[in-house]
Design a protein around this ligand. Structure first.
Ligand SMILES: Nc1ncnc2c1ncn2[C@@H]1O[C@H](COP(=O)(O)OP(=O)(O)OP(=O)(O)O)[C@@H](O)[C@H]1O
Ligand SMILES: [Mg+2]
Length: 384
């Protein structure tokens, strides 16, 4: 449409009346004028316009710890743990998501609760596909009239073969078109960064299994690193610390609790305390021990240090112009792992660059994935 900008699906905006062909005159309706500049709004009611209007765009954040589904116009409609419970004898899926998580560590011998995506790698394709299908159906809530466009965000570091497998799984779920997007790009879009500008932005996404660090400019990653140290390793570090220093054996869920309540990686003026329950490894009896946030700082030191070191090495490889942009704009954190207390301060202290967490770090990737579908379809329509 010469002179007009596509605003959304089948709505166009133009500063002046659009010169129309005969067929366009029948289908392109004048809608009104808006704004100070009196921009003219048209609605495209041709077959293509209708198709666009009825299209369903879905973004899926396929994470190690949780799966989020974003639907255009509705936002994030589903957030469930990426856990599947399987009957070992029959190989049948017994439960998916939150129901399966509750079974973790508590299942009878024949039922195993598995995480199909471990440390950012797809360890079981078939189960991943079943999980995706279940979540999409649950999120959409009714039978689909039109096949959706589905964008899936995969942990960076997955191989081409794995990407292809996710793409196939999305088609199995019923997608008309599939897009695979890497986590740092989705995280940046979700954190509200305009990635289309030639300007350097550093994004650090700390998830459950992986931390992705990337310098993004003009829509793609210029420098990046991905390390298998993230939120779940903080839990492991707490489990190890309790065993070594207090002879207390604790489970993964207790460690997560401790991390969220008193975990920190930077010295704070006040000291928090918490009673931690577990099994004494010598006596073998249930025991409760008080731990402090200062101890947690010690427990988490190695894991958080390796994240800071990785950020350092990405900064060292970053071209100077982009470095200057990052120094001005700061480092943006996303992902659930970034909620660990003291991380912003630690990174700011060690790099000398201001570090801030995105507004809603846990949903940033899902929102970014969903928005990417819109971005791509608008982009395509505008060059058609
Ligand atoms: N308040 C909190 N404080 C510290 N950590 C938290 C908090 N809330 C959640 N987490 C941690 O966030 C992690 C999950 O984050 P997220 O949902 O972003 O991961 P993911 O996207 O599934 O993983 P990945 O991106 O590695 O595939 C878990 O390790 C969880 O313990
Ligand atoms: Mg993630």
């Amino acid at each position: 449409m010469p002179g007009a900008t596509l605003m959304n699906r089948n709505i166009y905006m133009s500063p002046a009346p659009i010169p129309m062909t005969n067929s366009q005159q029948k289908t392109l309706l004048f809608f009104g004028k808006i704004g100070y500049n009196k921009l003219i709004i048209y609605v495209d009611l041709s077959e293509r316009g209708f198709k666009e209007m009825a299209a369903l765009d879905i973004g899926i954040d396929l994470g190690t710890a949780s799966v989020l589904v974003y639907i255009k116009g509705k936002g994030v409609v589903l957030k469930e743990p990426s856990v599947v419970a399987i009957d070992k004898n029959t190989k049948k899926v017994k439960a998916i998501g939150e129901d399966a998580r509750l079974m973790l560590g508590r299942t009878p011998a024949n039922i195993v609760a598995v995480r199909p995506l471990k440390q950012g790698v797809i360890s079981d394709y078939q189960v991943t596909e079943k999980m995706m299908k279940y979540f999409v159906q649950k999120a959409v809530g009714h039978r689909l009239l039109r096949k959706p466009r589905i964008a899936v965000c995969v942990p960076s570091g997955v191989t081409e073969v794995e990407k292809k497998a996710v793409e196939d799984a999305a088609y199995q779920v019923g997608a008309r078109e599939t897009l695979i997007i890497e986590e740092p790009i989705a995280a940046a879009i979700g954190a509200g960064i305009d990635i289309s500008k030639p300007c350097g932005n550093m994004i650090v996404d700390i998830g459950g299994g992986t931390t992705d660090i990337a310098v993004i400019s003009l829509g793609s990653a210029v420098e990046s690193a991905s390390l298998k140290v993230a939120g779940d390793d903080f839990n492991d570090a707490i489990v190890k610390y309790m065993r070594k220093n207090h002879s207390l054996s604790i489970g993964e869920r207790t460690a997560e609790d401790v991390k969220i309540k008193i975990g920190t990686c930077f010295r704070r003026p006040e000291v928090d305390k918490m009673e931690v329950k577990g099994r004494h490894i010598v006596k073998g009896l249930p025991t409760s021990i008080e731990v402090t946030s200062e101890e947690m700082e010690e427990a988490l030191e190695d894991s958080t240090n390796s994240i800071v070191e990785a950020i350092h090495s990405v900064l060292e490889r970053t071209p100077p112009e982009l470095s200057a942009d990052i120094a001005d704009r700061g480092i943006v954190l996303t992902g659930g792992g970034s909620l660990l207390r003291g991380l912003e301060d630690l990174i700011t202290d060690r790099t000398g660059i201001t570090c801030m967490t995105a507004e809603d770090p846990m949903t940033a990737v899902a929102i970014g994935t969903g928005k990417y579908v819109e971005f791509i379809s608008t982009f395509r329509s505008s060059i058609e």
